[in-house]
Design a protein around this ligand. Structure first.
Ligand code: PLP
Length: 373
């Protein structure tokens, strides 16, 4: 039998491994020259916008909310279909999460539902680009401008994605990325935040390191409460090696996505009642290739049977509002019906740059066999 195919696996090349070893031997392993170089490369890619790196793609969003001055009494609108981090950061700063249901086709936040959820207390929107697929960004920023809202784009999955030809992160308000191990490029754990101006960047630097500002040889001052969120040079060395591969990684993922569509075609949806993602090869970086199973299929059974065929299936994500922590805030079943169905039935098929077309073929064959019994 063929070997186990996970749904995701990072590919770290030998040059990157050598660069990590060199960093370890250099005498400087935490935030230093590698972090500065990584931030410089990222900033170039984001059309010269200011970028700061962190030790996760969660604290990036928390820090963006703090920079925007969002806290107690403020409402922040987000999607229930995301990693729970997206909503947790809203609670972390003392603000109130407000969910808007998702679009059944894109599985991203539905901007009509965002408009319906606005109140005089709404201060920000956190849209998530699930699987790397952006929302309608023109409409998003029009809505934000009209209602004077800050936007924190949760682009954790969207490095390499574009909107009307421009890289996600190269325009907009706050844009947050994650470099966690499963993301298209990784630093093992890490993230970065694209900011609007030097004041915001200076605040981001304080929030990521205990609120400290240093000056001269021995000057030190603390004027805000910061945490410990800095990226290490070891992580940045991995990031630099990965970043150099970004275009190759994105192209390979697009090629694999095309192959999924070519093999599954239109018949797949008609025969299995499962739902494919939108076939987009321009803007999406294909972080995930996600199928929504019909309600008649039990997802755990599907995952178990695929595992028997040596294929790993992930799921991203359970609807956040149904977690105990959020139920305790008053959220319950029936509030976001599309998210609830997607959260129960969505699966992520194997998708990573080191995969080849025969892995896609194996996956499609197994999936069709399992869904047709
Ligand atoms: C990965 C991810 C995060 C969190 O990033 P970490 O680096 O793991 O903290 C947040 N939102 C989404 C949509 C993600 O995929």
């Amino acid at each position: 039998m063929s070997e186990f195919l996970p749904f995701s696996r990072p590919s770290i090349d030998e040059a990157t491994i050598a660069s990590v070893a060199e960093t370890l031997r250099s005498g400087w392993i935490t935030s230093g020259p590698k972090v500065q170089e990584f931030e410089k490369r990222l900033s170039e890619y984001f059309d010269g916008r200011l970028v700061r790196t962190f030790n996760s793609g969660t604290c990036t969003m928390e820090i963006a909310l703090r920079i925007a001055g969002i806290g107690h009494g403020d409402e922040v609108i987000t999607t229930p279909i995301s990693w729970v981090a997206t909503a947790n950061v809203i609670l972390e700063v003392g603000a109130t999460p407000v969910f808007a249901d998702v679009d059944p086709v894109t599985r991203n936040i539905d901007l009509d539902k965002v408009e319906a959820a606005l109140t005089p207390r709404t201060k920000a929107i956190i849209p998530v680009y699930l699987a790397g697929r952006p929302v309608d960004i023109n409409r998003l920023y029009k809505l934000a401008a009209k209602h004077k809202l800050r936007v924190i784009e949760d682009a954790a999955q969207a490095i390499g994605s574009t909107w009307q030809g421009k890289p996600i992160g190269s325009f907009g308000d706050f844009v947050s990325f994650s470099f966690q191990a499963n993301k298209n490029i990784t630093t093992a754990e890490g993230g970065c935040l694209v900011l609007n101006n030097a004041e915001e960047a200076a605040l981001a630097e304080k929030y990521r390191l205990q609120g400290v500002t240093r000056s001269g040889y021995d000057g030190i001052e603390v004027d805000v409460l910061g945490g410990k969120f800095n990226m290490t040079d070891i992580a940045a060395a991995i990031g630099l090696g990965q970043f150099a591969q970004l275009n190759i990684i994105t192209a390979q993922r697009r090629k694999l996505a095309r192959h999924y569509f070519a093999l599954l075609g239109n018949d797949f949806e008609a025969q299995t009642s499962a739902q494919l993602p939108p076939a987009d090869f321009e803007s999406t970086n294909w972080h995930l290739f996600q199928v929504v199973l019909p309600e008649s299929v039990n997802r755990a059974d599907f995952m178990a049977r695929m595992k028997e065929k040596n294929i790993g299936i992930g799921y991203h994500y359970a609807s956040i509002h149904l977690f105990k922590l959020y139920r305790a805030l008053g959220f319950k079943e029936g509030m976001f019906p599309v998210a609830e169905r997607v959260g129960r039935q969505i699966v992520s098929l194997p998708m990573f740059a080191a995969m080849n077309e025969s892995d896609v073929e194996r996956t499609c064959e197994a999936m069709v066999a399992v869904l047709n019994n």
